[in-house]
Structure formats: C-alpha cells, structure tokens
Design a protein. Structure first.
Length: 272
C-alpha cells in the first residue's frame, strides 16, 4: 500500500515517552502516521473514557517527517476516539499502541491502557496492535530497537493482509540484548498477574508501586505470554474480547423459573 496506509499511534505513558516516538517513527516508514497520545502519564487506565467535551487537544512538534503529533488531556481511549473522529484525514487503516515501558501480559492486560486503547479499533473492525517492552528494572538503559522493528514488520504484514487482523495483536518483547532473543512465539494470555503490589513509605506517607515478579515466583505455564517472555521469546497473543459468557447461559436459563417464583413471593409480601 506504500504511503497511502494511514496509521494511528497512541500509548498510555504519555506524549513525552521515548517508546511512543520510537513506535511512531517505525510506523512512518510504512505510511502516513498520526500520533495522538495523552499529555501526561496514564498507565493502568484500562478502558477509561473521560466523557468530557472540553478535552484539550494540542499539536506538538515532530522531528520526523510524516508524523503529525497531538497531546490530548485524556486517557488512551480518549486519544483513539479523538484521533479517529477529529484528527484523522480520512479512514485509519491500522491502530498501534505502545511501545509501553513494561510488559502487558496475563490478567494485567485487562487494566492496561496500552492494550485497552486498541479496543476502539477492534470494535470498528480496524486492525489493531499493542506493543510492550517487558523490562525487569535491571537494564542500565532502554532500547526500543527490537520492539520497534517487530512492530514495523507486523504492521506491514497486517496492512497487506499477510497476518490475520480480526483480533487485537498483543505483542510483548523481552528487554534483553537482541542477540539473546530466541525468536517469536504465538501464545495465550496467562491466567494470572505479571506484576505484584509493593508497599512503600516515604516522608511518613504510605504508598505502593507495581513491580514485575521474578519468573521463578510466577508458576507460569509453557505456551503463555509470561512464559515466552521469561524464556527470551517475543510473545504474540491474539485477543478477542467477548462480553457475554455463553457457557453460563443454559444453567442460568434453567434457574430462571425458580428466580421468578422467588421474586413473585418477595413482591407479593411473601405470599404464594
């Protein structure tokens, strides 16, 4: 598709995050790139929407040709909505969120602003991808080289139809030297959290922070996203959000007559 591809880039770490600029630069090599990110840190915002008419939208300078950048006074979901409805000149072909400073795996996906921003694309049948750098806090400096290259290759293949794009693609890249990356693994989301709550106290004030857990503490299963990253693999997890638990419908429907009878007695003051 060349330069006709239109890509919307966002994140939850804010417009000043080096990760989002590395991602936007990678996307600009594929097509016209619109960067719309929160004006401040919004990690853990999940699917939160501001629902305000006075949400600020400010254009910011871009050092890379082909990138138009805006800071929005709202959540990542706000940014995607604003990007799609207010700022995009024509249709968006791909939504990419990241590169997040930290992994988004397991059950932590559910409150991730990085991943949940892509829901807006999923609901509108726009191919969408979230990219995270799974740092462990020990690296002397961050390197987005591998993550941005993986994002670029996946985006290229999603837009040309080579990679299925009917699900959100959640990408987690281990923050290790490129020569130690073992390859790419297609995974499932682990049924547990990747991070733990750490209590802290400073200047007499109680607080807390989130910290990645060591692989040995997790009891992880092979084939999951957490397992793959801990073993040095780039994890690709296709996500398809489903609101209804269809497996529960038969049992619930079977119990409805009893519920109706109980409700009738309650409404009639306990009489039969």
């Amino acid at each position: 598709m060349g330069t006709q591809v239109k890509i919307l880039v966002t994140n939850d770490d804010g417009i000043d995050s080096p990760g989002v600029w590395a991602l936007a630069e990678a996307m600009s090599r594929i097509g016209e790139t619109l960067l719309v990110a929160p004006d401040t840190q919004r990690s853990g915002s999940g699917t939160s929407v501001s629902m305000r008419s006075d949400t600020s939208i400010m254009e910011v300078p871009s050092a890379t040709q082909g990138i138009h950048a805006y800071a929005v006074g709202g959540t990542p979901t706000d940014c995607v909505i604003v990007g799609l409805w207010r700022l995009a000149q024509g249709d968006i072909d791909l939504i990419v969120s990241g590169i997040n400073l930290g992994g988004n795996m397991g059950t932590d996906i559910l409150y991730s602003g990085t991943v949940m921003a892509t829901l807006q694309g999923f609901y509108r049948q726009i191919p969408s991808m979230a990219v995270s750098l799974a740092i462990n806090g020990l690296e002397p400096q961050l390197s987005f080289d591998v993550a941005s290259k993986v994002a670029e290759l996946l985006a290229l293949n999603m837009t040309n139809g080579a990679v299925p794009s009917h699900a959100i693609l959640n990408v987690n890249v281990p923050s290790i030297p490129s020569e130690l990356v073992r390859g790419i693994a297609v995974t499932t989301a682990a049924s547990r959290s990747y991070v733990r709550l750490v209590a802290s106290q400073q200047d007499g004030r109680l607080g807390h922070s989130w910290s990645p857990q060591a692989a040995a503490e997790l009891g992880i299963h092979e084939g999951t996203d957490i397992w793959a990253v801990s073993e040095g693999w780039i994890s690709l997890t296709p996500l398809r959000p489903a609101v209804t638990d269809h497996d529960s419908i038969p049992a619930l429907a079977e119990h409805v007559p009893t519920l109706q009878s109980d409700l009738q007695r309650a409404v009639l003051g306990g009489t039969d």
